[in-house]
Design a protein around this ligand. Structure first.
Ligand code: DGL
Length: 271
């Protein structure tokens, strides 16, 4: 048993898709969340910049003595996968859980990947999927604009800007007949209703946040590191820009008011 918190981070709001799933699957776990809202997006930046941001984000979370670091950012999970695998604490990203789930779900072996430019350029999803399904055809599409649309809270299922953007990005995936699509950026599960409408019912959507949360549950159980108390787990949020901007959207996405538990952190101090 281990009652330390789980540390979760992303460039902004996207990691809330992981937090949302952890709150459901592991309600008595405490969570420390860092959203690097002052530097979002990560997915259009160089690998060097992403790695240096990752190191700072992890250093901040380690100051809370977290029992596990969950990288709730597809960009960091793919670009900085070496760095994550060498951490001295239990850690995970979205890459392996999502790739495994997609390889298991596909019937026709055609898997679409929606991610950031950095994620698509890394080729990490193709490599990982082929470990579980060597003959799979993978159709990766970089969807950078969708990150800004989520950060702007343009999530309504009828939104007249987000809908055509999703349709345009998904076209090559659907034209190639993919029966499974990985939402390989944690911002994208927050667009699930729109993506579902565009993809149709016959396509399996892999929610990277949910798959990561399932993996966290599995690992904590295997390591006997679950929180032993019966309490409802707390969630504290830290951001690198104005907390109000984050907490108003996050409260809606999580279905709980987080105004009082969201604070600013000067991430530049963590080098
Ligand atoms: N949520 C992110 C990801 O999963 C980041 C998007 C971005 O910062 O560009 O890739």
């Amino acid at each position: 048993m281990n009652n330390s918190p789980i540390g979760v981070f992303d460039s902004g709001l996207g990691g809330l898709s992981t937090v949302r799933a952890i709150r459901k699957l592991l309600p008595n776990e405490d969570i420390i969340y860092f959203g690097d809202t002052g530097r979002v997006p990560y997915g259009t930046r160089s690998n060097e910049t992403i790695e240096s941001y990752t190191a700072q984000d992890i250093k901040f979370l380690q100051s809370f003595d977290c029992k596990m670091i969950a990288v709730a950012c597809g960009t960091v999970s793919t670009v900085s996968r070496e760095l994550i695998s060498k951490l001295p604490v239990l850690s995970t990203g979205i890459l392996v859980p999502s790739a495994k789930a997609a390889a298991a779900a596909t019937k026709n072996g055609k898997i679409g990947i929606m991610g950031t430019s950095a994620t698509v350029n890394s080729g990490a999803f193709e490599t990982e999927i082929k470990k579980y399904n060597p003959s799979a055809t993978v159709v990766p599409v970089a969807c950078p604009l969708l990150v800004s649309l989520v950060e702007s809270n343009w999530l309504d299922v009828n939104d007249d800007v987000t809908n055509p953007a999703v349709r345009r990005y998904m076209k090559p995936i659907l034209d190639n007949g993919c029966d499974t699509v990985i939402l390989g950026c944690t911002h994208f599960p927050l667009l699930s209703p729109i993506i579902r409408n565009v993809a149709g019912e016959g396509v399996t959507l892999i929610d990277s946040g949910l798959e990561e949360a399932k993996y966290i549950e599995e690992r904590l159980n295997a390591e006997n590191m679950r929180n032993s108390s019966e309490h409802i787990g707390s969630a504290k949020f830290f951001v690198s820009d104005r907390p109000q901007n984050f907490s108003s959207v996050a409260s809606v996405l999580l279905g709980e008011n987080i105004d009082g538990s969201c604070s600013f952190v000067d991430i530049f101090k963590y080098i």
